[in-house]
Design a protein around this ligand. Sequence first.
Ligand SMILES: [Zn+2]
Length: 126
Amino acid sequence: MEKKQADYFLRRVYKLLESDDGDLIFRLKKIRDEKGARVCGKCWTLLGVIHVDPRKELLPTTVHEALHMLYPEWSETKIKNAERGISHNMSERQYANLLVKLADYFVRMGFADRKVTTNDDDKARR
Ligand SMILES: [Zn+2]
């Protein structure tokens, strides 16, 4: 992936985290998939919910799950490739920016006060 394209996707991820209309519910949670296996993250595109396990690779997983939300039609393989392309192209400043966007999100949303119900029948994504 070219740097220019990686930057474009990253800007879209930033925008998603900045969305102020309550459409995105992003939680840091220890999670498992429907078979009980540990996963890094999960995305419910229809509900606008992303869970990321804070014990795993927080930033690449955030990018990965945000891509699922932004591009629900993409295959898991395409998402993984894009995640890798973006992560490999990110500068130190961009990683810092992503951390700031995440921190801003949690401050804006009042941390984990919001209770969220997710339907595990919905397609879980890694
Ligand atoms: Zn995935």
